[in-house]
Write a protein that binds this ligand. Structure first.
Ligand code: NAD
Length: 264
């Protein structure tokens, strides 16, 4: 059998990415453009989203950008409808919008829960909820969600609500993969370890903490956003056409090794 390199590309396919203004979402948007996809970028941060959109267009991408708060179902629905009208049927989705509110939540404040679970879990649910029926109509697609090492090793997370939200994403994705598989829809989850983004702030870690981190990661360093982006692209391509309902750690081997405890 000859394996075509085209199987690893997304030429002409429409991909929606939430949380695409920066970090893992922005890196994945860039990798999708490089792979030939038409890309829809959603984010709540208008200015940063505009800057990222401009960069993607400078790289030759056909890009539509929509300011969306993923916690608001109506906004998500309007944005998805707009993308189908402008870029055509949606093939791929990468749900990267997320928040990790560090610090203690000693009193179990409701607002804290609502923000973290609202963006991470409900936001993923909202995007999936609007896209799945459309993918069923158009004959299939591939959704990639983001959990975290925190889902399986909650001791590394600074608080339990983030871990719970990411455990929720994992279960939601696997359960949906079971239900929607018969419609040709694949759903997989990436579980990143320690990636240098604004969220983790790894770039400004004090030397001691940075060394501790490097030491527990078998590849000897935290990841870069592109190192999550390419696995996400792969999962959306036909090269991954028999992969569904799976969770893939993207962590330089840290999961095999055990982890590091971040300070609160
Ligand atoms: N960076 C890591 O090491 C790491 C590890 C495990 C999991 N993750 C997960 O990966 C995802 C991306 O993380 P990142 O490191 O790129 O973070 P980031 O903070 O750099 O980017 C997150 C993006 O989501 C957007 N966003 C936040 N709330 C939103 C909302 N309500 N609606 C739409 N967009 C919203 C932000 O504006 C931002 O552009 C998150 O779900 C995060 O929990 C990251």
């Amino acid at each position: 059998m000859i394996v075509s390199h085209d199987k690893f590309r997304l030429d002409g396919r429409t991909v929606v990415i939430s949380g695409a203004a920066r970090g893992l979402g922005a890196a994945t948007a860039a990798a999708c453009v490089e792979s030939g996809a038409k890309v829809a970028v959603f984010d709540v941060e208008r200015e940063q989203l505009d800057a990222t959109t401009q960069l993607l267009r400078e790289r030759g991408g056909e890009v539509e950008s929509v300011e969306v708060d993923v916690t608001d179902r109506d906004q998500v629905q309007r944005a998805i409808n707009h993308i189908v009208a402008t870029l055509g049927d949606i093939w791929g989705v990468f749900c990267a919008a997320g928040v990790n509110q560090r610090g203690a939540n000693e009193d179990y404040a409701e607002a804290f829960y609502e923000r973290v679970v609202g963006i991470n879990l409900k936001g993923t649910y909202n995007v999936m909820g609007e896209v799945l029926p459309l993918m069923r109509e158009s004959g299939g697609g591939s959704i990639v969600t983001i959990s975290s090492v925190a889902a399986n090793r909650p001791g590394e997370s600074s608080h339990e609500v983030y871990a719970a939200s990411k455990g929720g994403v994992l279960s939601l994705s696997r359960a949906a993969a079971v239900r929607w598989g018969k419609h040709g829809i694949r759903i997989n989850t990436l579980s990143p370890g320690y990636i240098a983004t604004d969220m983790t702030g790894i770039a400004s870690f004090p030397t001691e903490l940075r060394s501790a981190l490097d030491e527990v990661i078998p590849l000897g360093r935290p990841g870069e956003p592109e190192e999550v982006a390419w696995p996400a692209v792969f999962l959306m391509t036909d090269a991954a056409q028999y992969l569904s309902g799976m969770v893939f750690p993207v962590d330089g081997g840290a999961d095999a090794r055990g982890g590091v405890k971040f300070p609160d």
